[in-house]
Structure formats: structure tokens, C-alpha cells
Design a protein around this ligand. Structure first.
Ligand code: ASP
Length: 439
């Protein structure tokens, strides 16, 4: 049987009620044989995620400060789940051992180890509740010295999860490094664990269960009742995620994409909704655009110099100056005698004066200016390829709203048009583009 990896995020494992929903979901499809869990998340907006509480506990322990308050919240949350599900569980003993270690020998613990216990304990409880096999990710997923997942990891996983009839539960978010130390992914990294497992076990599908029914065509805080996206390609999601749409850790896509395994984002609280599927580029698509996403907080460095186009290495030298000051660039639309470099405002802020002085000194420009408060908006869709008039429609829609477009960038792939506008026009611009293409 070809299996499905079902990964459940923090809100999906927040309490005993959510655990029961997961059991029902798994029973709905026998192919759901590999379960990955995050640490319990918030039950309401005011509550903290267990991962955040574990970071606090670790900090307090290191400073030899009183950790009773966050620790009690962590302990109570797990014990409540175990109690409500009437499990035998050894979680109480595991929690006591961790508390003791935090109090007695905090210097022997790493932050990664302590926070990883969020996923580890959750997976243990889940395995007991489901009558499944608990498989620890620590010995299976290995990071090399460049923080890349080793090829050996995939073999380890395939072997450890080789019985296709068994139900497995694996904690997300961590593995181990070359020295054998526990190592976590970046935040939200349980998604990556799911992707790696799907690849290693050649799964039919990677389901990512969360608290929304997939992706919407635009940010619902800007577009009320934005339509949902049923299907989005790996390439489109990359563009949308880069430009601010977030629902899944972007590193979780690569392992699935490598084997053309579709990713289905589903809602644990509305399991009947089909959610969004992320997969290979479709042959045909009915919609011109798939989605719109955007981000604020960019700055644009404008450099003008006569005969710039004849000066070999001009662009490279500018980018080198930025690189040497730790600023990476996002876009660089150029004119014949001018160059614009769009960068993240936060990274430029502290080094702005030095960067400008160095450019003045080394490149002798006629003019150099920084425009702050730039927002980038990406309109993404395979449907735009070879569609005459798409860009015209987009710019007309912005013009009708009297929005000044500062930056225009359309990659040669034609699946993405990025415009840069003043931040104060951000919401208005997204609304204009949405209304033009979606209505
Ligand atoms: N629990 C971790 C976090 O909050 C990892 C995850 O949930 O994916 O970032």
C-alpha cells in the first residue's frame, strides 16, 4: 500500500479534543500510516505555545532563576491531555526527569534539547493514544556540518518505518548533528520533518493538517472573503511564500518536490474541506492568477551614473559593498544609467550611512538616494504565461486607484509580476489587483 504522511501542527494537538479529532481523521483513510506531530500550540489567542514556554524555561534554568510558572503550565498541559484521554503513560516520570535536569544541571542541557521535548512528549502521548509505534526522530534525521540533511537520513527513515501495515508516530522539528547532539530545525520545522518522511518512504501524499482550510488567494485581513486556492504549483507557492503568504515552512516543499509528492493543506477542525494541494506545474489552468501576496518594510537604493551601462562590473561592485555590510538584496531592476537595489529595511538601517559613503567613494555616482517604506506585491500564476494583456490589466487597475508604481519586475518565467509601491498604498494595491482578476 502506498502510504500518506499526516502531519499535525500545534493547534491540532493543543488538547485532548484535538487528539480525538486526529484519531477520527486517521481512521477515515487506512493509507494514513505515518503521523508527525508538533508540540501543543495555543488553545486560545492569549495562551503561549509550549515551544515558547520551553524556551523560557530553558532561559530561566540557565540563569538559575525560578522557572516554576512556565514549567507548571507545560506540565499541566501534558498531564491534562493524558488524564482526559485516560492513558497510562509514563509522561509524568519523563516530565519529572526533565524538571530535575533543568534544576540541577542546566549547563548540561542545550536549548535545542529542551525545546524538542515539546514534540517528543506529544508524539509519545499520541502514539499511546493511537496504539501506534513511537519512532524518535533523533537518530534518524541527521544534519551535516552545513546544516543540510544527509542522504543517510533518508535510508534511516525508510528502514525504521519499513512496515507498511504499522501506524507510526514521529515527533517533528528535530534530528541530530554530526557530533550526535540533538539539533532542531528553524521554527515551524515540524513541517520539514513531514516532508522528509514523505520523501524517504516514497509516500503517495503529504498531508499537512492545521487550523485553516488551505491557502487563500489573498490575505483575508485585506480581502474579506478571499477565495481559497484549490491547487497551487511548487513554483507558485515558492513565489507566494517568499512574498509573505505563510501557511507551511518553505523548506518542507523541497523533499516533496524532488519526488513529485503532492502536499495537501487541510483543516483538522473541518476535515471535510479539501484544502489546498501543492504539486507539479499543471498542464492547463483555468485562472489567470493563483494568488497575490505582499510584504512591507523594504528600502530601495537608487544609484544614478552617466554611462553606467558601459562601466564593467558596476552592478557587481554595488552588490559586493552591500554583501560586505551584511545586506542581501531582493530585487535589482536597472535602467541604462541607473540601478535600483531593493533590500530588507531592517538589514540596511544600521549600515545605511556607511554603505552610501562607500558607494560614493568607490563608484562616484551622480546621485544616490534611499527610498524607505517600500512594499512589494507579487501577483502569481501559471495562467499569466503567454496571456497578452495581463500586465496591462494589472497596471491599469493600479492606475485607476491612483497608485504610483515604483518598481516593476516580471521574471522571465512569466509566472510572477512584482510591483513595488509606497507602503501606504499596500492594502489598496492588493485590493485593486484582486478585484481586477478575481472580482
Ligand atoms: N514547535 C515548533 C515551533 O513552534 C516546531 C513546529 O511546530 O513546527 O516552531
Amino acid at each position: 500500500m502506498t502510504r500518506i504522511v499526516s502531519k499535525f501542527g500545534g493547534s491540532s494537538v493543543a488538547d485532548a479534543t484535538q487528539f480525538r479529532k486526529i484519531k477520527n481523521i486517521l481512521q477515515g483513510k487506512p493509507e494514513r500510516k505515518i503521523v508527525v506531530v508538533s508540540a501543543p500550540g495555543k488553545r486560545n489567542p492569549k495562551e503561549a505555545k509550549l515551544t515558547d514556554l520551553l524556551y523560557s524555561v530553558y532561559d530561566l534554568a540557565k540563569k538559575k532563576l525560578d522557572l516554576a510558572e512556565p514549567w507548571t503550565l507545560i506540565k499541566e498541559r501534558y498531564l491534562e491531555i493524558v488524564r482526559e484521554l485516560s492513558l497510562q503513560s509514563t509522561i509524568r516520570e519523563e516530565l519529572e526527569a526533565l524538571e530535575k535536569a533543568l534544576l540541577i544541571k542546566p549547563n548540561e542541557l542545550s536549548a535545542d534539547f529542551v525545546v524538542s521535548r515539546g514534540e517528543y512528549l506529544c508524539a509519545k502521548i499520541m502514539a499511546e493514544f493511537l496504539g501506534a509505534k513511537f519512532i524518535d526522530a533523533y537518530p534518524l534525521i541527521q544534519f551535516d556540518s552545513q546544516y543540510q540533511i544527509t542522504a543517510q537520513s533518508y535510508e534511516n527513515i525508510a528502514l525504521a518505518l519499513s512496515d507498511t501495515d504499522s501506524l507510526y508516530v514521529v515527533p517533528g522539528f528535530y534530528g541530530s548533528d554530526i557530533r550526535g547532539e540533538l539539533k532542531t530545525f528553524t521554527r515551524g520545522g515540524s513541517d520539514i520533518t513531514g516532508g522528509i518522511l514523505a520523501n524517504a518512504c516514497d509516500c503517495l501524499l503529504y498531508e499537512n493538517w492545521t487550523d485553516v482550510s488551505g491557502l487563500l488567494m489573498a490575505d483575508p485581513r485585506i480581502i474579506q472573503n478571499a477565495l481559497s486556492i484549490n491547487y497551487v504549483s511548487y513554483r507558485e507557492i515558492r513565489e507566494l511564500a517568499y512574498s509573505g503568504a505563510s501557511v507551511l515552512h518553505d523548506e518542507s516543499i523541497y523533499p516533496c518536490r524532488a519526488k513529485n509528492i503532492p502536499i495537501n493543506i487541510r483543516n483538522t477542525n473541518k476535515p471535510g474541506d479539501q484544502g489546498t494541494t501543492i504539486g507539479p506545474t499543471p498542464e492547463h489552468t483555468a485562472n489567470i492568477i493563483t494568488g497575490i501576496a505582499g510584504r512591507k518594510d523594504f528600502s530601495m537604493l537608487y544609484i544614478e551614473k552617466s554611462m553606467m551601462n558601459k562601466e564593467k562590473g558596476f552592478g557587481r561592485k554595488i552588490l559586493t559593498i552591500l554583501e560586505e555590510h551584511g545586506v542581501s538584496y531582493e530585487l535589482s531592476p536597472c535602467g541604462i544609467d541607473s540601478m535600483n537595489v531593493v533590500v530588507d529595511s531592517k538589514t540596511l538601517h544600521d549600515v545605511e550611512t556607511k554603505v552610501c559613503a562607500e558607494i560614493e567613494h568607490k563608484m562616484q555616482p551622480n546621485k544616490i538616494k534611499i527610498f524607505n517604506n517600500v512594499a512589494l506585491i507579487a501577483t502569481v500564476g501559471h495562467g499569466m504565461v503567454n496571456q497578452i494583456g495581463t500586465a496591462a490589466r494589472l497596471f491599469n487597475a493600479l492606475a485607476k486607484e491612483k497608485i504610483n508604481v515604483r518598481i516593476i519586475d516580471q521574471g522571465s518565467s512569466e509566472i510572477n509580476i512584482i510591483v513595488g509601491v509606497n507602503e501606504r498604498d499596500f492594502e489598496k494595491a492588493i485590493t485593486a489587483i484582486y478585484n481586477e482578476f478575481v472580482g
